[in-house]
Structure formats: structure tokens, C-alpha cells
Design a protein around this ligand. Structure first.
Ligand SMILES: Cc1ncc(COP(=O)(O)O)c(C=O)c1O
Length: 335
């Protein structure tokens, strides 16, 4: 008796409703209109749910694009290690895509990263290295410096460099922007996005401006304490967004010419909006989504009924439940 062949030496036939791998599930995220929160507005406010990506955030897109681009350019060799410093979602995207493309992944993270995200990185098989997130750009303990050092020590290791890698905004220019245009039937008038590396706002905003002949207005959502809004640096209470560094150290892939304006929001307002999204729209989103929605509601306030304000929601809320509802277990009497 012959042993049955368990692997597929040739690609199996495609099945109409079945993705070939999790990589094929990246992108094509849904959009939903806000109802209760926008009840007193004439304009429509619609949210793009990037948390529906398989790694749970918008960052799956740049992770895939950065890896594929580097492989094609011969910068990332088969089986070579990927090293990144990240506050979370990019690491998860890289760990997920790295696993499926055969690359080990090292993630340099700060002490403040949520335990849920760290656990997820470990489950995807990433190696975790903690660095001092408050160390300045010229300090060797700085996360980017630590990641550079690890990459230099490991043969063929590749720094994905999300802050300087053109494939980051390119993922959003090539995919996110066209999706928004198609899903709104070309009726989008405003785009609101928070700014971390600036990849989302630069790529999506640039595409929408080009395709609309400059008619789409792009608005950045900035947490108070971040210098993207032009104010003094201070504490930032929202993961993944804002910067405390001066303009000279802003990510090179962020094009400040793309946003027409940047509005700042205090952390409490961003968190309160995130809680309202869950309570009134049944939309469980992360705090940076609440930040962007708070700005979008403000932008939409004076707009006419034809206006369509698209808000990017970078991730879902499951990873932030303890921050969104502290003490909930006791209050609800679960035990
Ligand atoms: C939770 C969260 N929100 C927003 C962003 C901002 O996205 P971008 O880096 O494309 O500016 C990020 C990026 O890391 C993020 O993790």
C-alpha cells in the first residue's frame, strides 16, 4: 500500500469562496455609516474598519507590502530575519506575514505595550525585545537604535523600517485609497486619519486627492501631546499615534503636505468617543479610532448632506478592553 501524499506539490484548484491563505485576507475591509453619533449631522460619517484585517489592524497592509517589495528587490533573502521597532500593530502584521512567508521576526517594543498585543506576538512566534520608549533619538537605548543593533548582529537580517520605508504609504496608495474610492462610489469628500508613522494618511490621502482632482480634503487626527499638531510635546495616552519628536525627526514617509489640516484631541475625548462607539453604534474600536472619529464628527459639523466624511479606524477594541472599561468586572459583579 502506498502512503497517501499529504502535501500539495502543485497548487490545489481554487475554490470560489475560499482564500488561498491568510495573506489573501489582507485588505478589502468593510465600511459602515455612523448613525447614533452622527444623528444631528447633515453629512454622512463612514468608518473604514481596518481591524477586520487578519492581524487585527491596518498594519497588515504595509507589513505585506514591505516584505514583498524587499523580497522582490533582493534586500530580504529567503528565510532571513525581519527586525522592527513598533508600538504593536506593525509587529503583529510583520509576525503574521513573516510566519507565512518563512521569515523569523524580532520585535523591539516599549514597556507600555498592551499585554494582549505582546501575547499575540508571542503566539505568532515573534522574538520580543524590550527597549526604552522614552530614550531620545541619539540615545543607544532608543528602540530604533536597539533594532538597528540587532539587525547588524544577525546575518542577512533586514530592518523593515516602517518610518522610512516607501512601501508603507505605497500599501495605502495602492489598496486602501482605491478601496475607499470604490466603496463610496467616488463620493468621498473628506478623509480623516490619525498619524503614527504617517503611512495611512500619506498613502490613502495622496490617492484620494489625485483620483478626485484635489477635491477630497484630508484631515489629520492628532492626540494632544503630539507635535504633529504643531503644539509642544507632552504625554500621549493613545497607542500607535502621535510623535513627541521635533519636525526634524518626523518619519520620512510622512508627507505633511498631504493633510490640509491637523486637529488635536485630548486623550479623554478620544477615549470617551471610543466608549460611545461601542455603547451607541455597537462598534468595538481602539482608542486611535475614537480619536479619528472625534475629529471626523467635528469636521462634519458644518458640512452639507452631500458630504461624505471617511474615517480610518486602524484597529478594533479587543486589545484595549481593560483600558476602555477599567474595573468593569467588579462593577458588573461577574464573580
Ligand atoms: C492603533 C494605531 N492607530 C493608528 C496608527 C497610525 O497609522 P500610521 O502608522 O499609518 O500613521 C497606528 C500605527 O501604528 C496604530 O497602531
Amino acid at each position: 500500500m502506498t502512503t497517501p501524499e499529504l502535501t500539495h506539490p502543485i497548487a490545489p484548484p481554487a475554490l470560489p469562496g475560499v482564500a488561498g491563505s491568510v495573506l489573501d485576507l489582507i485588505g478589502s475591509t468593510p465600511m459602515v455609516r455612523l448613525n447614533a453619533l452622527a444623528a444631528d449631522l447633515a453629512a454622512q460619517v463612514v468608518v473604514k474598519l481596518e481591524g477586520r484585517n487578519p492581524g487585527g489592524s491596518a498594519k497588515d497592509r504595509p507589513a505585506l507590502q514591505m516584505i514583498r517589495t524587499a523580497e522582490a528587490a533582493g534586500e530580504l533573502l529567503p528565510g532571513a530575519t525581519i527586525v522592527e521597532s513598533t508600538s504593536g500593530n506593525t509587529g503583529i502584521g510583520l509576525a503574521l506575514v513573516g510566519r507565512l512567508t518563512g521569515h523569523p521576526v524580532v520585535i523591539v517594543h516599549g514597556a507600555g505595550m498592551s499585554r494582549e498585543k505582546l501575547a499575540l506576538l508571542a503566539l505568532y512566534g515573534a522574538e520580543l525585545v524590550e527597549a526604552d520608549w522614552d530614550a531620545g533619538p541619539d540615545d543607544p537605548a532608543n528602540p530604533r537604535a536597539v533594532a538597528d543593533r540587532i539587525a547588524a548582529e544577525r546575518p542577512h537580517a533586514w530592518r523593515s523600517g516602517q518610518y522610512d520605508n516607501a512601501a508603507n504609504p505605497a500599501a495605502h496608495f495602492t489598496h486602501t485609497g482605491p478601496e475607499v474610492w470604490a466603496q463610496t462610489g467616488g463620493r468621498v469628500t473628506h478623509l480623516v486619519a490619525s498619524i503614527g508613522t504617517g503611512g495611512t494618511i500619506t498613502g490613502t490621502g495622496r490617492f484620494l486627492k489625485q483620483v478626485s482632482g484635489g477635491h477630497v480634503r484630508v484631515v489629520g487626527a492628532n492626540p494632544a501631546g503630539s507635535t504633529y499638531g504643531g503644539e509642544q510635546a507632552g504625554p500621549i495616552g493613545i497607542e500607535g499615534v502621535g510623535t513627541r519628536w521635533p519636525t526634524s525627526h518626523w518619519p520620512s514617509i510622512f508627507d505633511p503636505a498631504v493633510p490640509d489640516e491637523i486637529r488635536s484631541v485630548p486623550d479623554e475625548v478620544a477615549f470617551a468617543t471610543t466608549r460611545r462607539l461601542a455603547a451607541e453604534e455597537a462598534l468595538l474600536l481602539g482608542p486611535s479610532s475614537g480619536l479619528a472619529v472625534a475629529v471626523a464628527l467635528d469636521v462634519a459639523r458644518d458640512l452639507p448632506a452631500e458630504a461624505v466624511v471617511v474615517v480610518m479606524a486602524p484597529d478594533g477594541g479587543a486589545n484595549y478592553l481593560s483600558a476602555l472599561a477599567p474595573g468593569m468586572e467588579e462593577d458588573a459583579g461577574w464573580r
